[in-house]
Design a protein around this ligand. Sequence first.
Ligand SMILES: [Zn+2]
Length: 510
Amino acid sequence: MQKTKYFTSLLVYCALLLPMKTFAGVGDIAQKTALYAQETYQDEMIESLRKLITFNTVAVEGLASPKNPAHQQFKAELAKQAKHLGLDFTDYGYVIVIGLGDSEQRVGMITHGDIQPFNPSKWAQSPLTLDQSSEPGKLIGRGTEDDKGPITNALYAMKSIKDLKIKLKKRIELYVYMAEESDWQPLREHIKQHSLPQVNITLDAEYPVVTAEKGYGTISMTFPKTKDTSKFSSSALSDSLYISEFTGGFFGSQIPEDAHARIENATPELLTKIKEIAKSHPSMHYNYQWQGTQLSISALGKSAHSSKPEYGINAISYLADLLTVNHWPNNTSGALVNFINEHLGTGLYGEKFGNIAYADEFMGPMSVQATVLKATENGIQLNINIRRPRGKTTKQLEHEISSTIAKWQQKNQVKLVDISNDINEPFVQTNAPQIGTLLEVFSFYTGIQDAKPISIGGGTNSRLFPNAVSFGPSMPNTAYTGHSEHEFITEEQFILNLKMYTAVLTELAM
Ligand SMILES: [Zn+2]
């Protein structure tokens, strides 16, 4: 007890000294500029975001961004806003650079102007309008958090620095990348021909500072079409019971919230068993419909960014789990459901996928999630999104994946087609001089004292820029809403981001 008391008073004493020490990195000028930004521009910044949200800048497959009309209109609006704010604007096609100052030494902010697909029927108002009324205090719309909100924050941070005539040693550059967030090729091409800022912060993830990102990967395989379903042998419940349809998911980096199954020759007894399992899925909503002996089940879970499966409820996995009442005949949909139940289950981390599961102490576990089922000319393609930390080579992972798939095919006498893996390397930043400044600004404005660098599951463009780490826009331990069907940023967070970005830029560029 004595010892504890001694340490407690030591802690109190240290805490008294702490404020001066901890906040030493946030200078008066940075604080003043951030306050000016907040007092002067919070309303104008919302109007800027309102305009940027209206452009449907989803990346269209097969249509290059520079040729995409919505992307062109979005860039024209950005050019107009930059001009209005007195910032320079250069359009390199896939990459936009908005700048302030003219030094060789530069600080970069990295963002993207494309948005993820959306399903308008799931939104209270159009996802392409800034909805401030449905849930007071929230700015709801596609891109509010990912990544148009941060673009407007950055514009007004630069404008505030310009207004106050802060003498800059470094030029500030805002990068707006227009290709799909995970298609880095056009950005790589740009980098080959243009020099980049020496220090960079990416505004596309979370606070306090992200120094490691898991590698994004897709495992895909197709369950082939089968002609005659009646030939399948008997099952526990009925001679001709089989699944004639199993669909679900929307896009590869979203935890799916919708899935649908259709069962032929179903019985009320089967439905009773299904409903029994449904009781153990309290977060799911199921809808059952009979048409003769055909039973249709619609499943509603919760969408989330696939790098944060903990925040979603995967409708594909849970609907498959509901169907563990039977080992299904291996027609197209039946084989698919059997495979999902055997090797994915409702876990998040690949626990059932052979030996694939592993974790890194700092970066956390690999996540393994079915995200989208696509009908192709060869059958149904199952796409599994993985996010892998350091600790295993890509070769080892590929080997573990293919041996699991091979064993399953052998055991079930099913020949899968179009099997492929595409697995990116994880990224770990070991050398970024601005990390201390970022942590100090974050602690100062949030009051969170023990801020430390973190690792995330998502992949940003940080890895392509020198000395880059992510800084916001989302708070730690808060659900990230980008990529979900309920994307928003709170007004409070939006303003807080403006202050933190303004302070950080002032500190890094002065
Ligand atoms: Zn993003």
